[in-house]
Design a protein around this ligand. Structure first.
Ligand SMILES: [Ca+2]
Length: 245
């Protein structure tokens, strides 16, 4: 083997190893769990008609949201959703009170014309099932994804595989619902690639009090890609070792 070919193979193994290391762990790409500061101090953009501090406050490790006297108050994390990777969104929260059984604060992940949107209600969590009016004059529809006592804290985990519209929703580590992304309401101007959480971004979020312990988003490598990279990387490393002996 001549010197330049030898060096290029070393470089190939090194770069594949680097990819392997990068791909082997999920990356936390957003993490709100710090007491004493609002999410706007941690990269979230506040969206609301009233000032941020009229809706949100932080104390005792919790983010408090109160929209009983205002219409909308939410946070946007732009350009966070790359559908080439899987995504896991986990949050721990409880609904203190809402104005009606079908309303409550929620979260939404957006990718292109699709969204994964959920509202926490007095009786559980609802999935936004899509916007059915092509001319933009209709309303989206909702249905129950899981029922439980929402006055208590629950840990919610939304798992969307890479390049997929499907999702699994876990509540307290138990798979409660499997579904598919909705078509995004064109009237709501939700930005592709963004994550939203709070009140008032979709039609059914409206006037509630809630408490949020944390919100965390992880990019998760696609298992098949990871397996392929592992196989290629190990093969090259083994060949390299064999040639060295
Ligand atoms: Ca917390």
């Amino acid at each position: 083997m001549n010197a330049s070919l030898y060096l290029s193979k070393i470089a190939l193994v090194a770069s594949l190893s680097a990819i392997l290391i990068t791909a082997s762990a999920a990356d936390v790409i957003f993490d709100f769990n710090t007491d004493g500061v609002l999410p706007s101090s941690q990269g979230a953009i506040y969206r609301g008609e009233s000032p941020e501090t009229s809706a949100f406050s932080v104390s005792n490790g919790l983010l408090h949201l109160d929209t009983f006297t205002i219409f909308s108050a939410a946070y946007q994390i732009p350009d966070i959703f790359n559908s080439d990777w899987g995504i896991t969104l986990e949050w721990r929260a409880r609904v203190v009170q809402t104005v009606g059984p079908d309303f409550g604060p929620g979260i939404s992940l957006c990718s292109g014309p699709y969204s994964w949107t959920f509202a926490m209600t007095d009786t559980g969590i609802s999935e936004y099932a899509g916007y059915h009016s092509p001319d933009g004059s209709g309303w989206g529809s909702w249905h129950t994804a899981a029922s439980f006592s929402s006055g208590d804290f629950h840990t919610f985990r939304l798992v969307i595989p890479a390049n997929s519209l499907d999702y699994n929703l876990f509540v307290d580590d138990v798979l409660k619902y499997s579904g598919t992304a909705a078509t995004t309401d064109p009237g709501k101007n939700l930005s592709a690639g963004s994550f939203y959480w709070g009140e008032g971004l979709t039609d059914s979020w409206n006037q509630s009090q809630s408490e949020w312990d944390y919100v965390q988003i992880q990019n998760v490598p696609e298992p098949s890609t990871f397996a392929l990279l592992s196989m290629v990387g190990v093969t090259l490393i083994v060949r390299r070792i064999n040639r060295a002996h």
